[in-house]
Design a protein. Sequence first.
Length: 319
Amino acid sequence: MSGHSKWSTIKRKKEKTDNARAKVFTKIGREIAVAVREGGPDPAGNSKLKDVIAKCKAANMPNDTINNAIKKASTSNAVIAIIAIILASFFMILIWRDISKANSYRKQLEDAKNNAESLLRLRENLMLTITHDIKAPIGSILGYIDLLKCEGDTTLHNDYLDNINTSGKHLLKLVNSLLDYHRLEVGKLDLTNSCFSPQKLISESVSSFKPISEKKRLKLLYTHNSQEVTAYSGDAFRIRQIIDNLISNAIKFTDEGEVEIASEVNNDTLYVAIRDTGRGMSAEEQEAAFKEFTRLDNAAGKEGVGLGLSITAKLIALL
């Protein structure tokens, strides 16, 4: 056998040995990785890693190779742990976002349900109010018409006509209140500005209630802090409506004494204060008085549908 053939044979044997050794090292390296992942990189506290190291030494694996394998396994495990934490955080964020969306949708549904129930209650109150308050004056009108047909006394005719007129005005006021309430609710109540004198406007409103106050033997007083007659721009009709509602309520719930109205204009703002000697209201009643279709306990037997103060508050906010 020539020298070249011997060298080739030795080379093939060496390559075969190296390949076998590399396979052994690779297998042991995987065992090291598993041992490190399960018990940590410290052989003192990891019996499985300690056994694998012993196997490595038995296979004549260099210490540097063993240490590098342990280090590489530790690094891989750390990277895997970091990636796992990042993925877990990402999924937690996704889950939290989905939960937040679900809670938001649930809250929106609950709000929609509450609004729907509130609208249904308002509708029920509206129907009850309309049924009761329209039925009474219509019955009165029809009754007096029948009496007019049968009665020949002219004096009684005039009394009946006055009562019909009063019932008709009550119906008109009720319908106007319902229309104003509807327009305010849907945001379709337009304001019409014009020049007016606040003192003159309030004075006319007070004068219109003189007959009612005299009938109840109430003093109706009005004071304005300025004698100057100055014109201002605003919706005089709606301002008059607000003043009328407030004075009407004050007279309606005052059985004796007086109703006093005071006004002033300061920095182009009209201030109106109304004081009466009625029984007054508690804090709870004051809050409830401005709600739609709300009638307090002391309103029993008084005309009205529980819309006056609600409309007044909405008109003030609109102005």
